[in-house]
Design a protein around this ligand. Structure first.
Ligand code: C5P
Length: 301
């Protein structure tokens, strides 16, 4: 049996540059993994089976072809011809439709796990990056994890030095999820003139460029150093669920969050905290029947 962690992510910057001819959008973003993680257990079996233990109240993760893990297995088998079936058991701690990348991370961790097991069986490994991009735009990032600048539709991943394990509080309204496709549609970005698939030409948005330089020069040593860089283009009226999120944002700010930040296209919001005690104070004050709350830290790998 192989056990593999699948961490959630936060977008420290998320700039949506333009709509592409293929219907996706070019983005410029800095992703960082968190210590909130799902877990995948892979056990050789007679036939492929997926089971899920949902630890987030109200989340019902599908166990059929709609699950990104199925896509990962099918693509891996196609690419290698290795047909060993597995029982995959997922322990889900990351909520879905929350902007935290749970489904994408699960798929990436299963690809990595299958690759490791295939190598042990003498099967040559395929290019996981290509398979990952076929599953979803955020999946290539999770093959690396840590901190990275992400460009194109998500397939270009340029590693950056990770940040220290700063504390955040995540707050998500129970039962409110955001469809990523819908959120992008509402942004109504103009048609871009390039698909920006080559990392050399993948222009960074202004905020992402600035943060990526400071990370490279290791200039961010405290949460206070980081707060001025955080941004997300999905924040605001363009997001259909924004009205519902405003009171949560206001509350986090009134409790002294250094900065609030929407995670991906929502519906989770993250509050950057001074330290662990500050995070635990905010968590205690935010606790309510309407919200799911987590205290998390940035995690390097
Ligand atoms: O790639 P993924 O399946 O995660 O994307 C879900 C949807 O989000 C896409 O169908 C697309 O509408 C939108 N999207 C986008 N540009 C991206 C990533 C996602 O328009 N870079």
């Amino acid at each position: 049996m192989l056990i593999i962690q699948a961490p959630a992510k936060i977008n420290l910057t998320l700039e949506v540059l333009g709509r592409r001819a293929d219907g996706y959008h070019n983005l410029s973003s800095i992703f960082h993994t968190l210590n909130l993680a799902d877990e995948a257990r892979l056990t050789p079996a007679d036939e492929m089976r997926l089971s899920v233990e949902d630890q987030v109240e109200g989340c019902e993760t599908p166990v059929d072809e709609r699950n990104t893990v199925w896509k990962a297995v099918a693509l891996f088998q196609q690419a290698t011809g290795w047909e060993q079936p597995f029982h995959i058991h997922l322990t889900k701690r990351i909520p879905s439709e929350a902007g935290l990348g749970g489904g994408s991370s699960d798929a990436a961790s299963v690809l990595k796990g299958l690759c490791q097991l295939a190598q042990q069986a003498g099967v040559p490994s395929p290019s996981l990056m290509e398979l990952a991009a076929q599953i979803g735009s955020d999946v290539p990032f999770f093959l690396l994890g840590g901190c990275a600048r992400v460009a194109g539709r998500g397939e270009t991943v340029l590693p950056l030095p990770p940040l220290p394990p700063f504390y955040w509080v995540l707050a998500k309204p129970k039962g409110v999820g955001v469809s990523t496709a819908e959120a992008y549609r509402h942004l109504q970005r103009p048609l871009a003139d390039t698909m920006e698939e080559d990392p050399l030409f993948a222009a960074a948005g202004p905020h992402t460029g600035r943060l990526s330089q400071s990370l490279d020069r290791r200039r961010i040593e405290t949460p206070e150093n980081l707060m001025g860089y955080l941004c997300n283009d999905f924040e605001g009226d363009a997001l259909p669920e924004w009205e519902l999120l405003i009171p949560i944002q206001k509350r986090l700010k009134s409790l002294g969050a250094l900065k609030t930040l929407l995670c991906g296209s929502g519906s989770t919001q993250a509050a950057l905290c001074r330290d662990r005690f500050h995070a635990l104070d905010i968590e205690r004050d935010m606790r309510s029947r309407e919200l799911d709350i987590w205290v998390v830290q940035l995690r390097s790998r």
